[in-house]
Design a protein around this ligand. Structure first.
Ligand code: FMN
Length: 204
C-alpha cells in the first residue's frame, strides 16, 4: 500500500495506458481475408463494446467499409503472439507516421502470429481459436474524440459470444477463477494477480 500522505507529483506521461485488457480485433479486408489488430483501448457496458482505434491503420479502414468484426480476448499466455503482431500493419501503403514509428506492412497476420483462424457464424471476419473469448460484433457508430483527430471511437454491439468450455462455470457465467485477461500496463504485458474479493452483484 502506498503512503496516502505522501503528496502526488504532477506528471506529463508520454502514454496513458494504465492497465486494460488486450484484445485482438478481427476485421475483414476487401478481398475477404481477415486482418488482426492488437488493441488495448476497449470497454464493455451491457452488449456494447467501445473501441479506440487509430486513424491510418487497416482496422479502422476495414470497419468504415465493412462493419462486422470479432473482438478476440487473449489470455496472458498469448502475449508472445500479440507481440509478434505488434510491429505490423495490414495497410499496404504504410502511413508516414506509422513507418516512422517502425511499422511495416504484413498481409497475413494469422501466419505472422501463428494463431489459428476459425470461421465466425454471423460475421465474415474469422475468430482466433487460441483466444478463450471471441465476440462477434457489428459496428454501430464511429465518431472522433474531441481531444484528438488521430483516433476514432468505434461503438460496436456484441452479436454472438463464444467461450472456451474450460473457463465456464455454466452457460451464463464465465468462471473468474479460471479466466483472466492479458493486461497492457504502460506498454508492458501482465496477467492478473490473485483474486481480492467480489462485488455484491456477483452471481458466482
Ligand atoms: C498491446 C497493444 C495494444 C495496442 N492498443 C491499441 C489501441 O488501443 N488502439 C490502436 O489504435 N492501436 C493500438 N495498438 C497499435 C496497433 O496494434 C497498431 O497500430 C497496428 O499497426 C494496427 O494494425 P492494423 O493497421 O493492421 O489495423 C496496440 C498495439 C499493441 C501491441
Amino acid at each position: 500500500m502506498f503512503n496516502p500522505l505522501k503528496p502526488s507529483q504532477e506528471i506529463n506521461p508520454s502514454i496513458l495506458y494504465y492497465g486494460t485488457p488486450v484484445i485482438l480485433l478481427s476485421s475483414w479486408n476487401e478481398d475477404g481475408t481477415t486482418n488482426l489488430s492488437p488493441l488495448s483501448s476497449s470497454w464493455a457496458l451491457g452488449r456494447s463494446i467501445v473501441l479506440g482505434i487509430g486513424q491510418g491503420g487497416q482496422a479502422l479502414a476495414n470497419l468504415q467499409e465493412r462493419p462486422d468484426c470479432v473482438i478476440n480476448v487473449p489470455g496472458p499466455d498469448l502475449w508472445p503472439a500479440v507481440e509478434r503482431l505488434a510491429p505490423f500493419t495490414g495497410k499496404e501503403e504504410v502511413p508516414a507516421a506509422k513507418a516512422a514509428a517502425g511499422f511495416t506492412y504484413k498481409k497475413d497476420k494469422f501466419e505472422t502470429s501463428n494463431l489459428t483462424p476459425v470461421p465466425s457464424i454471423s460475421v465474415q471476419a474469422a475468430r482466433i481459436a487460441e483466444c478463450p473469448l471471441q465476440i462477434e460484433a457489428c459496428v454501430r457508430k464511429i465518431t472522433n474524440p474531441s481531444s484528438s483527430d488521430s483516433f476514432a471511437i468505434v461503438e460496436t454491439e456484441a452479436i454472438r459470444i463464444h467461450a472456451h468450455p474450460d473457463i465456464l462455470l455454466n452457460e451464463r457465467h464465465v468462471d473468474p477463477a479460471k479466466w483472466s485477461p492479458l493486461i497492457y500496463n504502460f506498454r508492458h504485458y501482465f496477467g492478473l494477480g490473485e483474486e481480492l474479493g467480489k462485488t455484491f452483484r456477483s452471481e458466482t
